[in-house]
Write a protein that binds this ligand. Sequence first.
Ligand code: F6P
Length: 477
Amino acid sequence: MPKDGYDLVVVANRLPVDISKDDDGEISWKRSPGGLVTALEPVMQKADGAWVGWSGGPGLEVDPFDADEMRLVPVTLSAEEIEKYYEGFSNDTLWPLYHDVIAPPAYHRQWWDAYRRVNQRFADAAAAQAAEGAIVWVHDYQLQLVPKMLRDQRPDLRIGFFDHIPFPPLELFQQLPWRRSVIDGLLGADLVGFQRAGDASNFIRAVRRLTDHTTRGPIITMPDPNGKPGRHVRAAAFPISIDSAHFDELARTPDVQARSQQIRDDLGNPEVIMLGVDRLDYTKGIRHRIKAYGEILADGRLDVEHATLIQVASPSRENVGAYQELREHVEGLAGRINGEYGEIGHSAIHYMHHSYPPEEMAALYLAADVMLVTSLRDGMNLVAKEYVAARSDDRGVLVLSEFTGAADELSSGALLVNPHDIDGMKDAIVAAAQMDRREQRRRMRKLRRRVLNDDVSKWSDSFLGVLTAMPSRTDHV
Ligand code: F6P
């Protein structure tokens, strides 16, 4: 650790590595591929950065260590804290509440207590690592109280927060019994970033309604200890992206191209391959998509000899009841549709409950004539951007839900759908399957210009640029 700490500290629920401990207590780690680490690694290395995150297992205690020129600082959570803070408050209260209550949020005081306790632990760990005047960048809904907890201890810090998921409309957010504490927690930051302009305005509206602070456009003025106007908090949209150039290159490699051809051959070279790639989450609209696809087969608008759907559903949050129910539903539905319409050598749906490495994902994207992203609500949806980045052949059609953050940026090249409107979605899927090559190229070029230009390094540079340019704490007090 440098003498007085690190100049940039990232705080996120997960570390950018998976840590494991063998029977002799020996610790090893493996890099976990993720957008956030790709975006932040270069800045972290340049700025002498530390990353604070959960060690990943129940009661797993690991001392801080260096990996890929970053300091990693694991935070230990007990099995009970994982149940109440992570599975409970984060993923069974906030997650459904922030995603339009697609599943009913559960409000339990014990979960809230654990959330507060764990947020305090992350804040303490970050405060211990940060140099005088350092930048601390806190991420996502699991850690919304950290900005204020940090500021209370370390008023010298410049604090940013980025919300990776939607911020709900006031009418829903108001349900949360601890709504004021969450708003106060976030207002500990100097800059609060969101995926979409709509999320930032939902947040500002909640601040106006639930506090007495004055707001002007994107700026919230906090009172100083004497009740006079004090420091400013800015709330704005910074849509996240992917490492587009890297994905583009990966999809051009001979191995990936060969694998993509092999996938098509293994499927019997159908005319149309449709693809869905999601965490198995009720926000992703997987059931709506499969239902629409089943009806298209029933109507005879597509048939299994000429078309097939690959659905990759990677395992997620498997201890949470709503996720267990969803798995039953999706697998039941896929099984029924295959039973009804499948033929020997021609499955209607190829359903895979696995995660795959980026090489295999790139090959799947290249093999897919139509990409189906039909989320009921989604902060951004990076799968849509990966599909576009992989298609340097300018082929393929993106069917994209208007309820994704990505739709704000990709509306002019994608076929936008409302996943609740099954008939409308069926028409869009059939139109995508029948789209001629010229129209595909015209649309894909527009999409690619956008995705290749607005990549993840632009996202992190612009967030950190705005945060760094904000007046420092001492300018206000
Ligand atoms: O989209 C929000 C998010 O927390 C992502 O940052 C993360 O990749 C994803 O959900 C998976 O969540 P979990 O950490 O619960 O597996």
